[in-house]
Ligand binder design. Structure first.
Ligand code: AMP
Length: 332
């Protein structure tokens, strides 16, 4: 079966955009591929989190992904730092990654600009660690956003360079994973583009939000003054509400409001009320599961251990081969 690797940022509090834009893809992938999903806690050290924050965030993210349907029996959902082989391969691969090419990485240049007070070596070699996350499982595919394409290209470069240096065919070249069908972009509620954590107060619907908060955010969403002519074009902020409705509401409900827009009888208050109900009906059971799993130490331990076992087995297979290739051959 083809292998897919994907990282998960250990910043908790997922919102509807994450769910429909990323998690649904994961759910599809775990059914059809040999998948390795890792919570990138080593990567996050570049920003120096406190131990409590780091652990708390990993716990939150693990609980959220489990609650949303990632199944430890179907995929390898693991925490990056539970797999020491990753750090070992990172050390080896750093020897063949060059300062010039690392400095040219767009994300590194970005960090120099945004946090000049903390340009650490981990940031410089971030693409090497990223490459290792992928190469260590000999991934065929990586689901990447536009901003990550350069990292994937660097991953191929590092893998190819290793193969050429030693005259081996150890690492395959991973490709960007694109699922057929259209990419879902969930709009935010404040009409500033896609729903995002950094979109300001009221932009995103978090699975962590209570019922009152969730509904209030929707009732306060930006709209316009209403259609004045039949079949007029829908303005961007209203289209955003329809787009979210498309994801969570029943087809007849969606049709009802689209018709009401077309014949100008729509009342945005009713639209938002319905949307608030439907969003809450969607979010509430997942939210409940997150709370449940987060406080269930046994369930978290079992999931993390199952994931680590699978990832370690795969990583150790590659590492064994790599050590032999490099010339680390044991005398005992
Ligand atoms: P982030 O933590 O914001 O970088 O997002 C994690 C993942 O969720 C990425 O793969 C994004 O593509 C996806 N994502 C975040 N926001 C949205 C959104 N509004 N619509 C669709 N996908 C999103």
């Amino acid at each position: 079966m083809e292998i897919v690797v994907s990282g998960i940022r250990p910043t908790g509090k997922l919102h509807l955009g994450n769910y429909f834009g990323a998690v649904t893809n994961f759910l599809h992938m775990q059914e059809n591929y040999n998948t390795y999903f890792f919570i990138a806690d080593i990567h996050s050290l570049t920003t120096h989190p406190t131990p409590e924050d780091l652990h708390g965030n990993v716990r939150q993210v693990l609980a959220e992904y489990l609650a949303m349907g990632l199944d430890p029996e179907k995929c390898a959902l693991f925490i990056q730092s539970d797999v020491p082989q990753i750090s070992e391969l990172y050390t080896y691969m750093n020897m063949n990654a060059y300062k010039g090419e690392l400095e040219r990485s767009a994300s590194f240049k970005d960090k120099i600009r945004t946090q000049p007070e903390n340009v650490n070596a981990g940031l410089l070699t971030y693409p090497v660690l990223m490459a290792v996350d992928i190469l260590i499982h000999k991934a065929d595919y990586v689901p990447v956003g536009k901003d990550q394409e350069q990292h994937l290209e660097m991953t191929r470069t590092f893998g190819r360079r290793f193969n050429n240096l030693y005259g081996v065919d150890c690492f395959p070249e991973p490709q960007a994973f694109s699922r057929t069908g259209k990419l879902v972009k969930v709009p935010g509620l404040t009409n500033q583009g896609k729903m995002s954590k950094s979109g300001g107060e009221g932009d995103a619907i978090f699975f962590d939000d209570e019922e009152k908060v969730t509904k209030k955010k929707i009732m306060r969403a930006v709209t316009d003054s209403g259609p004045t002519e039949p079949n007029s074009e829908v303005s961007a902020p209203v289209q955003n509400l329809f787009d979210i409705m498309d994801l969570v509401s029943k087809p007849d409900v969606i049709q009802h409001f689209k018709n009401a827009y077309s014949d100008c009888s729509i009342r945005y208050g009713d639209l938002k009320k319905q949307l608030a109900e439907d969003v809450w009906a969607f979010v509430a059971p997942i939210r409940e599961r997150i709370v449940e799993i987060k406080s269930d130490d046994k369930a978290l331990a079992k999931a993390a251990q199952t994931g680590a076992d699978k990832a370690i087995a795969s990583a150790e297979r590659t590492l064994k081969e790599v050590r032999e290739i490099i010339g680390f051959r044991r005398f005992y």
